[in-house]
Write a protein that binds this ligand. Structure first.
Ligand SMILES: [Zn+2]
Length: 91
């Protein structure tokens, strides 16, 4: 893993911790920074990063805290507190 990948990983962990501690604005800054790093370095963000970040408001999604996860028709449906929902095939 290169340096940019490590930074993205680290920012994802920081964002998760920030949400857990109730600092969502800080989490958004970490998520946005990680996205910028990925873009600048032409990285594909890890699947876990894409699934646990909200496309609408950029927060890190922590089920039970600011996100609701349910299963529907073989899909995982994740709803952010901002109202955005994302669906993924169940795997
Ligand atoms: Zn959201």
């Amino acid at each position: 893993m290169g340096i940019p990948e490590e930074r993205v990983d680290r920012l994802a962990a920081l964002a998760r911790d920030a949400v857990a501690e109730g600092h969502e604005d800080r989490a958004r800054e970490y998520v946005r920074l990680a996205r910028r790093i990925a873009e600048r370095n032409r990285l594909t963000l890890p699947r876990s990063f894409r699934r646990f970040t909200c496309d609408a408001c950029d927060t890190y999604l922590l089920p039970g805290r600011n996100a609701r996860v349910r299963l529907q028709d073989g899909h995982v449906v994740v709803r952010c507190d901002c109202g955005e929902t994302a669906r993924y095939p169940y795997d």
